[in-house]
Design a protein around this ligand. Structure first.
Ligand SMILES: Cc1ncc(C[n+]2csc(CCOP(=O)(O)OP(=O)(O)O)c2C)c(N)n1
Ligand SMILES: [Mg+2]
Length: 632
């Protein structure tokens, strides 16, 4: 019999820090510290609680829970999400904020993490539990509900939410939080709201709370009957297509994906999160799927009779808003660890880990294969698309280069294991179409939330997760203006990022979208208001983002031509660091990008006085005919 040890007296915040440092994750026998550290920005809501506790930890046990100072709370959460993505969700960060605006700045990051199924632990400070001096600075003071605070805004965007009103609640809150963070089907942002007085309150904790704990990340195996149903559907296929999503990569199932594809002769298209699951030049890789896809993947999707989705949530970009699959009899088999995703597209659901299910499918299909002609068709279509990519990489567009040429140079200058990272604007679509992915972790485009401002902060997180790879952050001028602050964190921490800052004077993406919906690019360029017209169509603004980056402590190189850009990028690559290097390049927002021969549903005004809108609406009505709503 073990003698119970003495309780340990600590504040709630000290206990929390000690607990987090003791957590571990395990999968396939590989064990890691679950938390790489804690990002934080302090204010009255956390300085005396978590701030004091992190200081004590740093002084007494520096490696236990590293502290990193963020510049914007949203940026901290983005960095944490990018880190978790790079580490296939086996390692993660906590983020502590003050109350009020510090806390709500994290809400956008929480939504991004939850939508992308990425684990982050959020620790917003909260209003007094004891209410001695109500309202505390930044308290919402809801007139009819005193237990509501601004932190309730985290509830819909969190995979788990709890508020620790009393110290006794902490152990159950922590255990619930860890369970969800390490569950591949449920993971996302986990929020523990911590009233500022409770954080500083002392309590006698059982020593067992701080014992090392291992969270085993599950690989659920397919139910035999579900597997049989899936095999029966696949065996009927003449034109099967696999859609590989992020789940393939998180499950580390890329080798198993290639085995199934090769054994059964099934071409593989990839979503934004799944790009890199097969290298671009694999004989069965047909490139990107959907609205920003390759013509190869989209033609095969149009004709497919069986679609096998692996680890995909079938976003509208993947399904071309429900128009990608045109065969009237098309059937879906969905392998996903999350039941809600496995059930999509009215499909045959196999709720399981991607690697386990792919192995079982390969074994179950032994001896079965699609025809050689079909394999050859996929190869030919992919080769045609690759020629399109080469042309886009070498357009020779004048006087300013096209974005596709910039992407081509980054692809050529970066190494096969390096990471390209992006989130919003016209680049994610162009990267999805055009990037030649060579490594499962080499393509990092956040397109679940497509959040402007993720780029630099996400780059910081990715580089912290993979210091042995170069990280090329692709950021537009709009996204840069939204959030570049974590450049300063990269400077302070000596984290080398290579930031490609693409200046095209506004929103190339939404400008093109605006034009396609008949809204004439209204409000999408960055321009002076012209006193003559009263409209935002005056001259180009005197904004110098290169100088801005330099003022934040980054080393900056400027390029005008594509040749100068290549030279600058090589110089940035060879820069020994530490800290970020920014390469500023101006591109032509109107330069063409190859068509995906696909569609994306953005509703157009049904009535209008503008010819442009009426014409766009007529086109829209026609396009909508292709939608297959029952496959939603
Ligand atoms: C936080 C946020 N606000 C708004 C949007 C909608 N949006 C998508 S792309 C875009 C413009 C991006 O501009 P920029 O970074 O310059 O890229 P470009 O379109 O020029 O390639 C906007 C406003 C978004 N995705 N995220
Ligand atoms: Mg722009």
């Amino acid at each position: 019999m073990t003698v119970p040890s003495e309780p340990i007296r600590l504040t709630v915040a000290q206990a929390l820090v000690r607990f987090l440092a003791a957590q571990r994750s395990e999968r396939d026998g590989a064990e890691h510290r679950l938390f790489a550290g804690c990002f934080g920005i302090f204010g009255h809501g956390n300085v005396a609680g978590l701030g004091q506790a992190l200081l004590e930890a740093e002084l007494s046990d520096p490696g236990a829970l590293r502290y990193l100072q963020g510049r914007n709370e949203q940026g901290m959460v983005h960095a944490a999400a990018a880190y978790a993505r790079m580490r296939n969700r086996m390692r993660m960060w906590a983020c502590t904020s003050s109350i009020g605006p510090g806390a709500t700045n994290m809400v956008t990051g929480a939504a991004l993490a939850t939508i992308n199924r990425l684990p982050v632990l959020l620790l917003p400070g909260d209003v007094f539990a004891t209410r001695p001096s109500r309202p505390v600075l930044q308290e919402l003071e809801h007139p009819v509900s005193y237990d509501v605070s601004v932190n309730d805004a985290f509830r819909p965007v969190s995979a788990f939410f709890d508020r620790v009103w009393r110290p006794e609640q902490l152990p159950s809150a922590l255990l619930g939080a860890m369970r969800v963070l390490t569950d591949p089907a449920q993971t996302g942002a986990v929020t523990l709201a911590l009233p500022q007085d409770v954080q500083a309150e002392a309590w006698d904790w059982p020593a067992a709370l701080f014992a090392p704990r291992v969270w085993h990340v599950a690989r659920p195996v397919p139910e035999p009957a579900a597997l049989d149903r899936a095999l029966a559907v696949i065996r009927t296929a003449r034109r099967p297509l696999i859609i590989a999503g992020g789940g393939v990569i998180y499950s580390e199932a890329c080798a198993e994906l290639a085995e199934l594809a090769e054994a059964a002769g099934i071409p593989v298209a990839q979503t934004q999160a799944g790009k890199g699951a097969l290298p671009y030049d694999h004989p069965l890789s047909v490139g990107a799927m959907g609205s920003t896809g390759s013509t190869a993947a989209n033609q095969l999707a149009r004709e497919a009779d069986v679609v096998i989705g692996v680890g995909t949530r079938y976003s509208d970009f993947t399904t071309a808003s429900g128009s990608a699959f045109a065969d009237p009899g098309v059937r879906f088999v969905n392998i996903n660890v999350a039941p809600a995703d496995a059930a999509k597209q009215s499909g045959t659901a196999v709720t399981a880990d991607a690697r386990e299910a792919l192995r079982a499918l390969t074994a179950g299909l032994a001896g079965w294969s699609a025809s050689d002609e079909y394999r050859a068709l996929a190869w030919r279509l992919a080769a045609e698309w690759d020629e399109t990519v080469t042309r886009a990489y070498t357009l020779g567009h004048q006087p300013r280069p096209a974005q596709s040429e910039v992407i081509g140079v980054v692809n050529e200058v970066s190494g096969p294991r390096d990471v390209v990272l992006c989130a919003a604007g016209s680049m994610p679509g162009d990267l999805h179409k055009l990037w030649r992915a060579r490594d499962p972790k080499g393509y990092h485009v956040e397109y679940g939330y497509s959040c402007m401002g993720y780029e630099i902060a996400g780059g910081l997180g990715a580089k912290l997760a993979a210091p042995d790879r170069d990280v090329y952050v692709m950021v537009g001028d709009g996204s840069y203006l939204m959030m570049a602050q974590e450049l300063v964190t990269a400077v302070a921490e000596g984290v080398k990022l290579i930031v490609v800052l693409v200046q095209n004077q506004g929103f190339a993406s939404i400008g093109a979208l605006s034009q396609s919906v008949g809204a004439q690019r209204f409000g999408t360029a960055y321009r002076y208001r012209d006193p003559a017209t009263g409209r935002l169509d005056g001259g180009v603004l005197p904004v110098d983002l290169a100088a801005n980056a330099q003022s934040l402590g980054a080393r900056v190189l400027r390029a005008q031509t594509i040749g100068e850009f290549r030279a600058a990028l090589i110089q940035a690559r060879e820069d020994p660091g530490p800290g970020p290097v920014v390469v500023h390049v101006e591109t032509d927002p109107l330069a063409p990008s190859p068509s995906s021969q696909s569609w994306w549903d953005v509703p157009v005004a049904q009535v209008s006085r503008l010819d442009s809108t009426r014409q766009a609406y007529a086109d829209y009505v026609e396009q909508r005919q292709k939608q297959r709503p029952l496959l939603g």
